[in-house]
Ligand binder design. Sequence first.
Ligand SMILES: Nc1ncnc2c1ncn2[C@@H]1O[C@H](COP(=O)(O)OP(=O)(O)OP(=O)(O)O)[C@@H](O)[C@H]1O
Ligand SMILES: [Mg+2]
Length: 144
Amino acid sequence: MHKVLVAFDGSKPSERAVAYVINLSAEMKQPLEIHLLNVQQEPVLFGEDYLSADMIEELGKSLLDKSGALLKEAGKQLEQADVVFTLHPAVGNIAEKIHGMVKDLGCDTIVMGTRGLGSFSGLLLGSVATRVLHDVQIPVVLIK
Ligand SMILES: Nc1ncnc2c1ncn2[C@@H]1O[C@H](COP(=O)(O)OP(=O)(O)OP(=O)(O)O)[C@@H](O)[C@H]1O
Ligand SMILES: [Mg+2]
């Protein structure tokens, strides 16, 4: 069974990545094992001395909640298509988390957008997509 990691940031290309795996799974003889990952980047905190450990923990929790809520929305598309999937909300460095999850789960394919939520329109490939391509040794399907 193919284990596919879909990196989802809520952008249109990442929505198309979800649609792509739905179509792909409909064509496969064996069902795909689909893992949907979103990573919320930790903000750089200046003057951490002024923040209590509780406040930092709260911040981490609310980022994780945000990540979970975003994934739940994406999961609805998969539910409607009767595709089985697992959600992975996360907080941290985006490309590192994608790479780490691929290793931990033993995924054989990554599906992601060429671009994401970034606003600079001149790029063909965003920084997360570029980093992931550098880091991993498995096939990466890039969706425009
Ligand atoms: N926070 C994230 N969590 C999960 N996947 C992500 C995240 N950010 C980006 N991705 C994945 O990477 C793809 C490419 O996004 P990327 O961030 O590289 O481009 P960008 O946002 O246009 O550019 P940049 O972030 O460099 O300004 C997205 O379509 C998505 O599949
Ligand atoms: Mg981005």
